[in-house]
Write a new protein. Structure first.
Length: 127
């Protein structure tokens, strides 16, 4: 368990902030997609099924704000914008892959626990 004493700044706020960022619906998918290399907005959007233009824009802005993604505007007509992982962003890829690997490895077990929990709890509510 991480406590305030474990954090150099004396608080766990940054840990909570990072967990909130990477725990949202789209950030990890965007990070994993950009791990393949820089992409333009439209290509990125087409690479991520189900993400809206607005949600991709918001997600990229937050990742840029956190220093995980860079945005490069090229002085062309029409303007060309590319998004890429920063050096800091690249450091989050290995733990993300490790978490995804863990989830895949334990999928059946997790689903079985969920099914058992749902059966027990929804049976009580129905009865």
């Amino acid at each position: 368990m991480i406590t305030d004493a474990d954090c150099p700044s004396g608080g766990i706020e940054i840990v909570r902030d990072v967990f909130n960022r990477v725990g949202d619906k789209w950030s990890l998918i965007v990070i994993r997609t950009l791990d393949a290399g820089p992409q333009r907005f439209t290509a990125l959007r087409h690479s991520i099924p189900g993400i809206s233009q607005r949600m991709l824009t918001l997600t990229l802005r937050q990742l840029e704000r956190d220093g995980l993604v860079s945005r490069t505007v090229y002085g062309e007509v029409p303007p060309r914008v590319e998004y890429a992982l920063t050096e800091l962003g690249e450091t989050i890829v290995p733990p993300v892959i490790a978490l995804a690997t863990w989830a895949f490895a334990h999928e059946r077990e997790i689903v079985a626990h969920r099914d058992r929990y749902d059966a027990e709890n929804f049976a009580e509510e129905a009865g």
